[in-house]
Design a protein around this ligand. Sequence first.
Ligand code: IMP
Ligand code: MG
Length: 178
Amino acid sequence: MTNDIKKIIVSAKEIDNICERLGKEITNDYQGKKPLFVGLLKGCQPFMSDLLKYVDLYCEIDYMKVSSYSGTESTGNIIIKNDISTPLNGKDVIIVDDIVDTGKTTKYIQDLFFLRKANSVKVCTLLDKPEGRIVDINVDYVGGFVPNEFVVGYGLDYNESYRNMPYIGVLKEEIYKK
Ligand code: IMP
Ligand code: MG
């Protein structure tokens, strides 16, 4: 699997540093509150666990399964495959995502959570790809920025593979052409 990687862009050590920095920032910002972390599956999985190790707060955790991508292209059609089970009334919600590209997924979920009467809805993403942005959204916690390249690993997939890599990398061109 790792032979398919052209270059590593965020190492495992860098990912850990990102989780520590963001976890501490969230801990500070939510003093006296009990936030609800909503991870967007499947991509959020390793990030959600590692981030939360650095969050020293009473909190709730839930997951939502959404999809919008097919291969390396965002389809823009957001499909909720599994919804959260937690009522959002008055909750301070933090959406946890792997990467914000067009912003459509994040915007859709954020709007939905406000409709469900959340008190606040913030966004925490491991990676941000600002060049891909189509809709205007505010991303509150960003681990790192990546160029407009398709990246895989640490939750991020290409046709469901590579999610289990401990770092983030760029695939070799020949992999897409197969
Ligand atoms: P958006 O709606 O275009 O912002 O897409 C967000 C979702 O698309 C992310 O949560 C990822 O699942 C997926 N995605 C966007 N860019 C990449 C990438 O470079 N590699 C893998 N998945 C990506
Ligand atoms: Mg994906």
